[in-house]
Design a protein around this ligand. Structure first.
Ligand code: HEM
Length: 192
């Protein structure tokens, strides 16, 4: 039976993203339930620090620092960016007073999703489509027939391959917007 791209690759991705949403809603609910909304206000700080820490991997990848195993650092990058984003999402809560931090949050969301696409979907999906192609070729289908058979998977793959074009520029947008928000809050708190 033809293994489905959806079940093997897209579903785990959707689950991890769903987990982020569910954990955000649960965290927000718990903080409100126990009158701890102020904790969420400060959760922006560890969340931001985790996201900044996760960028150590980017420095290592570009050889700006030399210590640390790149593979381990990549796993740490993914984990700490995910956890930091969760903290920032709980921090953002469902309060709508200002537009700037929300724009930052949207940019962060696109950032997390594009990172997850790159990590979880792209390589394995590429192998999957290649495997399918070989499978159909071995069964003696002609080239156009093979392409026809993998058409929708190939379209999905093409869209996913764009992730890197999104991941880094949107990170810059995110960083600028987040910095604007953080500086204005620090000014307000009299911390700068
Ligand atoms: C050092 C890090 C951070 C600090 C100290 C901080 C602080 C704050 C504070 C005090 C508020 C409440 C403002 C109000 O009640 O009007 C707030 C709201 C918010 N923050 Fe942050 N924040 C930080 C990082 C971030 C980051 C990285 C993001 C998003 C990517 C973010 C997104 C938001 C959002 C969406 C809100 C709700 C805005 C609203 O009420 O409309 N924060 N933040």
């Amino acid at each position: 039976m033809k293994a489905s791209l959806w079940r093997e690759h897209v579903l785990p991705f959707t689950l991890l993203l769903g987990l982020l949403a569910a954990a955000t809603l649960t965290g927000d609910y718990v903080l409100h339930r126990f009158n701890l909304v102020w904790v969420g206000r400060y959760m922006g700080i560890p969340g931001t620090l985790l996201i900044i820490g996760s960028m150590y991997y980017s420095l290592r990848k570009r050889k700006l620092v030399t210590s640390g195993n790149p593979k381990t650092l990549l796993s740490m990058h993914e984990f700490s960016a995910w956890l930091g984003s969760l903290m920032v999402l709980i921090h953002a809560g469902i309060h709508f007073n200002a537009i700037l931090p929300w724009l930052a949050t949207v940019a962060m969301g696109v950032n997390v999703i594009s990172g997850m696409v790159g990590k979880m979907l792209l390589n394995r999906s590429r192998q999957h489509v290649q495997g399918q192609r070989e499978h159909f070729q071995l069964r003696g289908l002609s080239k156009p027939e093979v392409e026809q058979a993998v058409f929708w998977d190939a379209v999905a793959l093409g869209a996913m391959a764009q992730w890197r074009k999104v991941h880094i520029p949107i990170f810059v947008v995110f960083a600028v917007l987040a910095l604007g928000h953080i500086v204005s809050i620090f000014l307000f708190w009299g911390w700068v």
